[in-house]
Design a protein around this ligand. Structure first.
Ligand SMILES: [Fe+2]
Ligand SMILES: [Fe+2]
Length: 330
């Protein structure tokens, strides 16, 4: 049987448990938080005072912070790219509404959609960013799509999502801490609750991988190896500002995130180590020779990468984005 057919069979085998995994990892719509829980109530009499407070508190946060929050928001707003990508993975099917994988993707998307929504509204109210420039970048990013090197392979895609959900947990959580430190409790709470969602999603995708390791260990190991060897590219890798070429804003965005410690190359290595520990890569048995070699490579990778991460130098000065105008930042 071809590798592709084995993957399809594995996806079908796991599908029977996906309903229960949705219950375990996702929160019913009637119970989960909504963006308006964290934003001024526009029907209320205090709306303008609440907005004023947001605008005042926003002045306390530095330039790089806004750049990172904008970049994080745009990454969340490119959700159409991620949903359509996942719907196209082998074994996921949206034509058949009974396909539990399709249901997972729809429900996951529904949860994720709230992240860009709440951040977008907050940024709009903050008065700190040039929304039109931000909106153009979002439209560019969706139009440019992404290339994450996972093909339609569920194994590679689930390694990617396990990694990415943890990466977004880290960045939203750090943003929350910076906001709280500056006295902005509301923004802190908002970003913290987003990070909680990301953590649940991380656990879900990690469990998918765990289950695949149980039934197809060698191929799962090869897929993990493949993804880490080519490196996990960030979903916003094609980020650009208006007038810029594809991908030109990404490096400066990621430098900014490193500079304020929201997401660093050390975090990348930590995530890799967490995945290795979580999936107990050292204990997996019944591997082919090739998969044994892949395991060895993976086990040694974090320390190798850590040495490289130590050497990376980040520019000290802020990069000026069209999204945030220095003149309006205190
Ligand atoms: Fe998200
Ligand atoms: Fe997420």
């Amino acid at each position: 049987m071809s590798l592709k057919n084995v993957r399809l069979e594995v996806m079908q085998f796991l599908e029977k448990d996906v309903e229960s995994l949705i219950e375990k990892y996702l929160i019913p719509i009637e119970k989960i938080w909504q963006p308006s829980d964290f934003l001024p109530n526009s029907e209320g009499d205090n709306f303008f005072e609440e907005v004023k407070e947001i605008r005042e508190l926003s002045k306390e946060l530095p330039y790089d912070f806004w750049v990172v929050l904008v970049g994080d928001m745009i990454t969340e707003e490119a959700l159409p790219t991620y949903e359509s990508w996942l719907m196209d993975v082998e074994g996921v099917n949206q034509v058949d509404r009974e396909n539990a994988w399709g249901k997972w993707v729809r429900h996951w998307t529904g949860e994720e959609n709230r992240h860009g929504d709440v951040l977008n509204k907050y940024l709009y109210l903050s008065g700190r960013v040039n929304m039109r420039e931000v909106e153009k970048t979002t439209q560019y990013l969706i139009a440019d799509g992404f290339d994450i090197g996972t093909d339609r392979d569920p194994y590679k895609n689930f390694v990617y999502t396990s990694f990415q959900e943890l990466a977004t947990y880290i960045s939203h959580n750090r943003v929350a801490k910076i906001a709280k430190k500056s006295g902005n409790k509301q923004l802190g709470k908002m970003c913290q609750i987003i990070s909680g969602d990301e953590m649940r999603h991380h656990h879900a995708y990690s469990e998918f991988v765990e289950r695949i390791f149980k039934v197809d260990p060698s191929q799962m190991m090869m897929a993990f190896h493949y993804m880490m060897k080519q490196k996990i590219t960030m979903p916003a890798v094609f980020l650009r500002e208006s007038g810029g070429k594809i991908g030109t804003a990404f490096e400066e965005f990621s430098n900014t995130a490193q500079r304020i410690g929201v997401y660093t190359s050390k975090d990348y290595v930590d995530i890799l180590q967490k995945l290795i520990d979580r999936w107990e890569i050292d204990k997996i048995t019944n591997l082919t020779d090739e998969a044994e070699k892949a395991r060895d490579y993976l086990m040694k990778l974090p320390s190798r990468m850590l040495r490289l991460a130590d050497r990376i130098k980040i520019p000290e000065n802020s990069f000026e984005f069209k999204w945030v105008e220095p003149a309006i930042i205190k």
